[in-house]
Design a protein around this ligand. Structure first.
Ligand code: MN
Ligand code: MN
Length: 314
């Protein structure tokens, strides 16, 4: 199916701004891949604002076009892609209740065999997304981030944006031996997050190794680690350098460039991706909108990976 022709023929600055100007859909039978907003930042440990991420990413994603300029692939032809709206939060002042809202929103989508690409929100949202997936075997993951997000409890909660992947391993949802974390950097007050990642068997690629070996070597390493099993792609925009992604809550200098990130994502084509997310776009720190544009464009790149996987599974 093509994108809705009415939306494509409207000028980019008009109409109701869905992700990438795809149709808004509420019936499961109308799409294969769901683009969903998760406007929640109750899990941030410092600077909030990612709750505005989906709205600004939708806005900037009106620039998205269909045909990938390198591969010639058109994800909107390969799959029916729809915007399914935002997770409706019922209790925004409670982190764990909000995570239940996220889980409940995504469960019927995954139960119906849909593939989901979510826009955060802070990184705490990925754990309830994993819970909603109920994978038959623990997932593999390519995780791009400055931080391992495998810390334990922080300021009284075990579910902040610093801990989703520790919780996911404990819950049997994520296979640490099929997990690669790329772009890790920045001083910490405790080494327990790095320790947990390494001790549980995750492959941790600090930015110094990434720089020394180059994109192509890290692509091959990622493909080797996740193998041919079901894999999730989680992209925290703070994995990129704040020069490219200033609008985020926990910036760390010395990160990946946009070109490196594009090269890395394109190198993952053909893996069995079952879902993904782009998180931590924080519009209050993004006055030019460049980080939201980055988020929207990386969502398009990830959509291409997902659409290839969906088509391959048919
Ligand atoms: Mn993160
Ligand atoms: Mn991060």
């Amino acid at each position: 199916m093509q994108t809705d022709t009415a939306m494509q023929t409207l000028p980019r600055y008009s109409g109701i701004p869905t992700f990438m100007r795809v149709p808004f859909a509420q019936r499961l039978e109308d799409f294969d891949i769901a683009l969903a907003g998760v406007p929640f930042d109750g899990g941030v440990t410092a600077r909030p604002g990612a709750r505005y991420g989906p709205r600004e990413i939708r806005n900037m994603s009106s620039m998205t076009r269909a045909i990938h300029h390198v591969t010639g692939f058109n994800p909107f032809e390969a799959c029916r892609v729809a915007d399914v709206g935002d997770v409706p939060f019922t209790d925004v002042f409670h982190l764990e209740r909000s995570h239940e809202d996220i889980r409940r929103f995504f469960e019927p989508l995954f139960a119906a065999g849909k593939t989901v690409l979510a826009a955060g929100g802070d990184h705490s949202i990925t754990f309830p997304v994993f819970q909603a997936m109920k994978p038959r075997r623990p997932l593999g993951m390519v995780h791009i981030d400055a931080h391992t997000d495998t810390w334990d409890d922080f300021l009284g909660s075990k579910f902040s944006h610093g801990s989703p992947f520790r919780r996911a391993v404990e819950a049997g949802l994520l296979d640490p031996k099929r997990t690669i974390q790329i772009g890790i950097r920045g001083a910490q007050n405790s080494d327990q997050g790095w320790r947990y990642s390494l001790d549980s068997g995750m492959r941790v690629v600090f930015i110094e190794e990434f720089e020394a070996k180059g994109v192509e070597a890290i692509v091959q390493e990622a493909r080797r680690i996740v193998g041919d099993g079901p894999t999730y792609l989680s992209l925290d925009v703070d994995g990129l350098d704040p020069v490219f992604a200033p609008g985020t809550g926990t910036p760390e200098i010395g990160g990946m460039t946009t070109r490196e990130t594009l090269g890395l994502l394109r190198g993952l084509d053909g893996l069995d991706f079952v879902g993904g997310d782009v998180v931590e776009v924080s519009p209050p720190y993004d006055p030019s909108g460049s980080t939201a544009l980055l988020g929207a464009t990386l969502m398009y790149e990830i959509l291409c990976l997902l659409a290839r996987s969906v088509a391959a599974r048919r």
